[in-house]
Each structure stands twice: as structure tokens, then as C-alpha cells.
Design a binder for this molecule. Structure first.
Ligand SMILES: *[C@@H]1O[C@H](CO)[C@@H](O)[C@H](O)[C@H]1NC(C)=O
Ligand SMILES: *[C@@H]1O[C@H](CO)[C@@H](O)[C@H](O)[C@H]1NC(C)=O
Length: 394
């Protein structure tokens, strides 16, 4: 064979091995004037300066008990994963302080250019803190965790979001703003096949209440001209062995879910989407952890990367048996801890909102070498210690 043929074969092989990097990451400022901060991902996986686009809504903060006072929480203002999400070339962001959700179109040629579609849409709940969207079913669902709590969904099109349907309760009795982190909604997200909507709800160690998984099937219309909807009849399962169930991700190619638990680390749940039954299959007790709350599964390494708001490190966990694969200490970059994160290509993008003294930043880690390749400080885009959520356009 010609050496050029060998070269092409080699290049073909490498092209298969090295996944394309993502196109952009997004976070919300979650300030009084909420905005979406968009940062472009370069071909080498690194971030550069981006844009800030108002959502037309307001952010807010959960209250945390500190001695006999209640104070606004930050970092981790919304005690959630997925305060914003991407489906196709659309982006959805919650406005916890104005009880709305905003939809944007992403310009695929310029992924940091966002155009709001319609107006922010009112949700029937209070304090929306997490959003899920299905491109396949054109559905968006918002979890609200205030005095009126539960999950509400609507269909969407390129013209915007339709009317949100009635709240599906998740068994909470909260205030607006809620007092957390315990007993609040953590995340809403769709299964890999987008046929089920899941919700994770934190239990409360003080009252010995376990974490709850909500399972709501997507109903396909009988008539192809109608739209899909999320069933009002869901199942809420109190999952034995969990406590403060937080951010989650479906595990591709299985019906299992990977969930973090602020009380001990992480777990793999086996879930029967038909009956809604859920149980702990494997548990990862992460030594020295403070509050392991967010997860991203890397499509490249096929492992989970989890973060802790109280520790500046990323822990890699096996998707097969929840064993700890690596611990990357990032303390040299000076962040107090990490919250939401996403994986794209062979990189992991993890947000630190800072703490008011330390600036917000995104750490870019190579998922293979587990080395930090960039520490990108968010300056001048409205980011603060209230900043929450990470979404990625791949
Ligand atoms: C909800 O909580 C309030 C106090 O915060 C209490 O008075 C009320 O009884 C609770 N309701 C339910 C249904 O638990
Ligand atoms: C903010 O975080 C830095 C780095 O961990 C720490 O040195 C500093 O004391 C923190 N400041 C506050 C106000 O918590």
C-alpha cells in the first residue's frame, strides 16, 4: 500500500478516536436582571470571551439557615443542576425570581448569538430552578421549588413556547424563596430516548427523609398532527439508601441513572420506566466530600465526572460499578468549589461561581489526561457568585 493510503487510514482512525469539541457553553447570571452568558469553544476545546443576552426575567437565591438567620445562598443560588438547557438549536433558561422560562434560538454559525423567541413564559409554579427539553418531542419541562412546587411542561416550536400545563406535584411543602438545600427539587431531565421525564428531589437528613425520583412517561399522540405531552400521572419513588439526591444523568445504552447525593457522593440507580420503581444498584462513597451535587458523563471516557460546591476538585466515577476512577485536585486555580458542569468532545467544563471575593470561572479539564487545560475567568458579562447552570451546544 502507498504510504499516503496508510496516512489516510491513520487519519481516519484518529478522526474516529478524537471526538469533535463542543461549539459553545452557556450559563445564567441569575442576577436581578437575568442573562445568558455564552462562551465559544475553540477547535482545541478552549474557551474564549463571549456574550451576555438578557432573558427578560429575574434570578433569585434559595435561603440557607445560618445560625438563627436565613441568608441568600451563593454560590449554588438555585440548589439545582440544569438551570438552563439546550435542545437542538434552542436554549431554555429559568428565571427563579420572576417565575418564567425564556426560550432562545441559537445561531448555529455563531453559537454565542442568541435570539429570544417570544416573551418569557409564566410557569404555574414559584421559584423555577431547573429545566429539561426534548428536541425529539418538542417538549420543555420546568421544575419549580417554591411555595407552589412541581413540574410543568409545554410544547415548543421555532416560534416559541406554548402554554405551560398544570403542576405535577413532587411532595414538597416549601416557601418562596425556598429554604434549602434539603427538600427542594434538584433537576428535571429526559431519559436518553426522550420517552421519560425524570425529576430528582432532595430528602432531608434532619428528618430522615430519603431522596425522591419522579418518573413521568411521555405520551405520544394518536394523531400524528397532535403533539407529544408529558403524562400527568407520574410516579414518585422514595429511593432507599439515598438522602440528598441532586444532579443526575441517564447512562446511555441502559435504563440506569447516575445520580449525585450531597450526603455521601453518588449512586447508580436501576429504574423501571414502566412502573417508575427505582433502587440503588451501586453506591460511591466519596471520601472527604462536602456536597457532591453535579454530574456530567463524558461521551469520550464513558465515565461520570462529579463536582462538589465545597471542594475545588473533579472526581471521576465508573458507570459500571460506581468505583472512583480518579480525583483531580484543582486547588491551585484558587476556586472555592465547583457547581454545574458539562462534558463535550474530550473535555469537561465546570463552573465555579466564586464567592464574591474569588471571581466566577470555568475550569476546562481534559477528560483523558484529567489535567486542567484552562481556567477561564468570567469578567464583564454579568457573572457573579449567583451564576448557576451549565449547558453545552455540541
Ligand atoms: C407546610 O408547612 C407549614 C409550615 O412551614 C405547615 O404549617 C403546614 O402544616 C405544612 N403543610 C403540610 C401539608 O405539610
Ligand atoms: C472565597 O474563596 C477563596 C478561595 O477558596 C477563599 O480564600 C476566601 O476566603 C473565600 N471568601 C469568602 C468571602 O468566603
Amino acid at each position: 500500500m502507498h504510504s499516503s493510503t496508510w496516512t489516510s487510514l491513520l487519519l481516519l482512525g484518529l478522526a474516529n478516536l478524537v471526538p469533535e469539541p463542543g461549539k459553545a457553553i452557556y450559563t445564567i447570571s441569575n442576577g436581578a436582571q437575568n442573562s445568558v452568558i455564552a462562551l465559544p469553544i475553540n477547535s482545541n476545546g478552549l474557551l474564549s470571551q463571549g456574550t451576555s443576552t438578557p432573558t427578560g426575567g429575574a434570578g433569585s437565591n434559595v435561603l440557607v439557615v445560618n445560625g438563627n438567620k436565613k441568608e441568600p445562598a451563593s454560590p449554588d443560588a438555585l440548589v439545582s443542576q440544569a438551570a438552563l438547557t439546550v435542545a437542538g438549536n434552542f436554549l431554555f433558561a429559568v428565571n427563579a425570581g420572576s417565575n418564567t422560562v425564556t426560550m432562545f434560538a441559537i445561531d448555529p454559525q455563531h453559537p454565542t448569538k442568541l435570539t429570544m423567541l417570544g416573551k418569557p413564559i409564566p410557569v404555574p409554579g414559584e421559584f423555577p430552578n431547573t429545566v429539561a427539553a426534548s428536541a425529539k418531542n418538542q417538549l420543555v419541562c420546568v421544575g419549580s421549588t417554591g411555595a407552589k412546587s412541581g413540574i410543568s411542561c409545554a410544547s415548543f416550536s421555532a416560534r416559541g413556547i406554548g402554554k405551560m400545563d398544570q403542576l405535577r406535584p413532587v411532595g414538597l411543602n416549601q416557601t418562596t424563596p425556598p429554604v434549602g438545600p434539603p427538600s427542594t427539587i434538584s433537576q428535571v431531565f429526559f431519559s436518553g430516548d426522550e420517552e421519560t421525564l425524570f425529576a430528582t428531589v432532595k430528602g432531608n437528613p434532619a428528618t430522615n427523609t430519603a431522596g425522591v425520583l419522579g418518573v413521568f412517561p411521555v405520551d405520544q399522540p394518536c394523531d400524528a398532527r397532535d403533539t407529544a405531552s408529558v403524562s400527568e400521572e407520574g410516579k414518585l419513588t422514595s429511593v432507599d439508601g439515598t438522602i440528598v439526591v441532586f444532579g443526575s444523568s441517564p447512562i446511555q445504552g441502559s435504563t440506569d441513572l447516575f445520580v449525585t447525593d450531597a450526603a455521601f457522593g453518588a449512586a447508580i440507580l436501576s429504574v423501571d420506566a414502566e412502573t417508575g420503581a427505582a433502587s440503588v444498584k451501586n453506591k460511591a462513597t466519596i471520601e472527604g466530600q462536602k456536597a457532591t451535587c453535579w454530574v456530567a458523563i463524558s461521551p469520550d471516557t464513558n465515565t461520570a465526572f462529579v463536582t462538589d460546591v465545597g471542594l475545588d476538585r473533579i472526581v471521576e466515577v465508573s458507570l459500571t460499578d460506581a468505583s472512583i476512577k480518579s480525583v483531580t485536585d484543582l486547588s491551585a486555580n484558587g476556586d472555592p468549589g465547583l457547581i454545574d458542569l458539562r462534558a463535550a468532545g474530550s473535555f469537561v467544563y465546570a463552573l465555579s461561581p466564586g464567592n464574591g471575593t474569588t471571581l466566577p470561572a470555568v475550569t476546562v479539564m481534559d477528560a483523558r489526561s484529567k489535567k486542567q487545560i484552562q481556567h477561564f475567568q468570567l469578567k464583564g458579562l454579568g457573572a457573579s457568585k449567583n451564576t448557576q447552570g451549565v449547558a453545552v451546544l455540541v
